[in-house]
Write a protein that binds this ligand. Structure first.
Ligand SMILES: O=C(O)CCC(=O)C(=O)O
Length: 382
């Protein structure tokens, strides 16, 4: 297993808040990834869409895989890709409804009847252990995840965000329960105060659940469950991901999660996730806008490029658990309508909810239209 020291020097989680003008990748690392960050940086969505159908249009997109149309990748790399089809079982359906039932506020379940009869798993010889499950999560599960991120995972005092070291974030942290121009004071007099609007728009970049990873020391400060540094992992998410999942294949005891929030212009520099003491699978769930995810065993070779959509699940297991990976671009306004046009004020029981939180729900749809949220779920201990 790798040590903390092996983490790319070019990477900090704060990196991906970089602006368009400073998306430079450390020249000492990840040379194989560099041309791709350049390629996608200003690429309009329509052009990306075209490339997914014909990766030969640009030489650097040779390793581009659209999991909904794997044939295009297969033509270029016939022996690399395998696609397995599994039945979507009744256990899978109860797992999905169980996730909603275990959540604090439950979204009305409507679309599970539209679940496909089967689900697909894509694997690649070039990145052994990487498993891609396109569209694994149905719309209701995605809506519930969005609601939980805002109302269940963000508020607890012990769930830290990138904002806490810089600002006096009122706890519980309710992102939408204040008028947008409400001031948020900075901890240092050298930093200007900000507003809730600015936190929603761009400033909120990550949130940690369970073991609280420290981005400065690049380690988990303690491995003592149920301490300040290791708050209980949310029950809803734990039950959904632990054990033999019936809707994607992973084996993980979820103990820590980093929830990444991406806005316009954000990228995630190439890095390895090596702070955990376990080599169990890492599960990565995407909701909101589309993006391109890079993943490869070597930082010097051009990585695999995967189009990720809302509802996709990627599992990094086996050799790929410690692969180099990053996010090259997030395309704005590509969130599906079932998330961005849903009425979050009406479709569940609101009787026992704080009226300010209930009022904030009118903003969720607009917010997710231009956001990508990634839940990166890990096991810390063997
Ligand atoms: O946003 C993603 O899909 C990847 C996030 C990631 O690589 C990480 O949190 O380490």
């Amino acid at each position: 297993m790798l040590s903390n020291e092996d983490i790319s020097v070019g990477y900090t989680q704060q990196d991906y808040g970089v602006t368009e003008s400073d998306t430079s990748i450390s020249s000492t690392s990840a040379n194989g990834f560099k041309p791709l960050f350049k390629l996608y940086r200003h690429m309009p969505y329509e052009e990306f869409d075209e490339l997914c159908f014909d990766p030969e249009l640009k030489p650097e997109s040779n390793t581009l895989l659209d999991p909904l149309f794997p044939e295009n990748y297969k033509q270029l790399h016939p022996n690399d890709i395998s696609i397995a089809t599994y039945p979507f079982s009744t256990d899978g359906l109860s797992l999905l409804s169980g996730f909603i039932e275990a959540s604090h506020s439950q979204i009305a379940m409507g679309s599970f009847s539209q679940c496909p009869a089967t689900f697909e798993e894509i694997t690649l010889k070039s990145v052994p252990g990487l498993r891609i499950y396109p569209g694994a999560l149905p719309p209701d599960t995605q809506r519930q995840l969005l609601l939980n991120v805002i109302e269940e995972y963000l508020p607890p005092e012990l769930h830290l965000t990138n904002l806490d070291p810089t600002y006096h974030i009122p706890k519980p942290f309710n992102l939408f329960a204040h008028p947008p121009d409400t001031a948020v004071l900075a901890r240092s007099e050298n930093t200007s105060p900000t507003t809730f609007k600015a936190l929603q728009n761009k400033k909120l970049r990550w949130l940690t659940l369970g073991g609280q990873y420290d981005w400065t020391t690049k380690r988990y400060p303690t491995f003592e469950p149920n301490t300040k540094d290791f708050p209980k992992f949310p029950k809803s998410l734990w039950a959904f991901l632990s054990g033999e999942s019936q809707i994607f294949k992973t084996s993980i005891n979820p103990e820590a999660s980093i929830i990444n929030f991406y806005s316009d212009g954000d990228i995630l520099s190439p890095h390895q996730d090596v702070a955990e003491k376990s080599s169990a699978d890492l599960a990565s769930i995407s909701i909101g806008c589309e993006a391109v995810f890079f993943c490869g065993l070597s930082k010097d070779k051009m990585p695999l490029q995967i189009r990720v959509r809302s509802g996709d699940v990627i599992v990094m297991g086996g050799d790929s658990r410690f692969a180099w990976h990053g996010i090259g671009k997030v395309w704005q306004s590509t969130t599906p309508d079932y998330l961005a046009e849903f009425d979050y004020t009406a479709n569940f029981d609101q009787t026992d909810i704080d009226p300010q939180i209930a009022a904030g729900r009118q903003h969720y749809a607009d917010w997710i239209l231009n956001k990508r949220i990634n839940l990166n779920i890990r096991q810390m201990l063997d």
